[in-house]
Design a protein around this ligand. Structure first.
Ligand SMILES: Nc1ncnc2c1ncn2[C@@H]1O[C@H](COP(=O)(O)OP(=O)(O)OP(=O)(O)O)[C@@H](O)[C@H]1O
Length: 419
């Protein structure tokens, strides 16, 4: 398309006699090429698809996301990190269902289906595994790092459910670019999402999207929400993750898990494929942003004991008092997720607390590590709100006690509403 268009536009110039278009692309370099295992060196982005509970559709999302990215022209691989119950072998139909080891380099060669490279314990010819934790970590480590993935734009990792050892192993071995969290709309699932975001925050991996799977189904010209409307808005507010995708319950999605043809391949024009297209675009954009480090710069200025926030795409910057930032943490450790009641009291946070480390979490938040080891996720929106709140307080102090007290009262209310 680009070639044709370039030809057409250039040929239309009156002084052009002949057009010769050469298409080339500069492959993106992996972010941390330094100490990486050989097999991972030529991978540009590694995306973890994760859920805290089993059976919520994580593998379905991972596989369909991978084939969507491949459909967009990217070079893609899928690593099924679930050693106990690998799902990948049922969801795709490669001709070769066994991984091959290159006798010279001793590296594993992935199998392939419709151009996507695939590695799963289910293709290792071992049957279902009965292994203890350290063995599992070892197997995963070996499978991931000794595979010769070649040049890939995206490696999608279908993580095992939960937030355990295997996740730590994976994050130590492979530099994850971003995570996509899959959940279902039940109220309780919010707590799972929170756990997942927190785990990835500790591992310094930004969560770029949440997929709420099995949200609704359509019947008798009506839309039904069998598990309730979900807690998407809460996810957006608390963690500042702007990208939420609702996937419906579809018999075709379920059967595609058994037929070996991903839904986005079987029905590329269907509704479900459109949702995956949007998810794919979101992942591509977020990865590009993460790589370019265009996120808001948040740093700690020790000389004035203030957290400096630089607003993206502008020269504007503002400063926040570290203790105020810590006191306004909205995580489960600080606020009761059910009642909204504040657990951390004002006096619990020392006035002179200083952050130990501030790291960007993609484009939406920073992760702040405090001296007591607590890792706080502070969405940029929240930091911005704290700045407004500080300005409001200044205004109250200036307008005098009587009017000030009334405005102060309403601003305290604002504060507790987390506007
Ligand atoms: N939106 C959906 N509509 C209908 N069926 C679905 C949908 N999403 C997933 N399923 C089905 O639900 C089952 C569980 O999905 P999947 O294997 O993707 O979940 P998982 O979270 O990866 O599970 P596990 O933890 O066991 O790996 C599969 O049979 C799948 O086909």
């Amino acid at each position: 398309m680009f070639e044709e268009k370039a030809n057409e536009v250039v040929a239309a110039l009156p002084w052009v006699k002949k057009v010769n278009v050469t298409m080339s692309a500069q492959p993106a370099q992996p972010v941390y090429a330094g100490d990486l295992p050989e097999g991972l060196k030529k991978i540009s982005n590694i995306i973890a698809v994760s859920s805290c509970k089993g059976g919520v559709g994580k593998s379905t999302v991972a596989v369909n996301l991978a084939y969507t990215l491949a459909g967009m022209g990217a070079r893609v691989g899928i690593f099924d990190a679930d050693v106990f119950g690998p799902s990948l072998p049922n969801m795709v139909s490669p001709v070769n269902r066994l991984l091959v080891v290159n006798p010279e380099s001793k590296s594993i060669l992935p199998t392939e289906y419709l151009g996507v490279k695939l590695v799963s314990f289910g293709f290792a010819g071992q049957g279902r595994a009965i292994m203890r934790g350290p063995m599992v970590s070892g197997v995963i480590n070996q499978l991931l790092t000794t595979t010769d993935w070649g040049e890939l734009d995206y490696l999608v990792i279908d993580m095992p459910p939960g937030t355990g050892d295997i996740h730590l192993t994976l994050c130590q071995v492979a530099p994850l670019t971003a995570a996509v969290i899959v959940t279902t709309p039940q109220k309780l699932a919010f707590i799972d999402v929170a756990k997942g975001v927190r785990m990835f925050s500790k591992l310094k991996v930004p969560c770029v999207a949440v997929v709420e799977n099995m949200c609704y189904f359509d019947a008798d010209e009506k839309r039904y929400y069998p598990f309730g409307k979900g807690s998407g808005a809460q996810v957006v507010q608390q963690f500042g993750i702007p990208n939420l995708f609702d996937l419906p319950i579809r018999p075709t999605l379920s059967s595609s898990g058994d037929t070996g043809i991903p839904e986005v391949v079987a029905d590329p024009q269907g509704d479900v494929s459109k949702i995956f297209q949007n998810l794919g675009v979101c992942v591509v954009q977020q990865c590009a942003k993460i790589r370019q480090q265009v996120s808001t710069a948040v740093s700690y200025d020790r000389s004035i004991r203030a957290i400096r926030v630089k607003v993206p795409d502008s020269d504007e910057e503002f400063f926040l008092h570290p203790a105020t930032v810590r006191r306004n943490d909205r995580s489960a450790q600080s606020v009761d997720e059910w009642t909204g009641e504040q657990k951390v009291q004002y006096g619990d946070v020392p006035e002179d607390i200083e952050p130990e480390e501030i790291r960007p979490m993609g484009n939406y938040a920073v992760s702040i590590t405090w001296p007591d080891g607590f890792s706080q996720i502070a969405p940029y929106d929240q930091l911005d709100m704290l700045e407004r709140w500080a300005l409001l307080r200044l205004f109250v102090l200036q307008v005098g006690p009587a009017l000030g007290a009334r405005i102060w009262g309403s601003s305290v209310l604002l504060q507790s509403w987390r506007v």
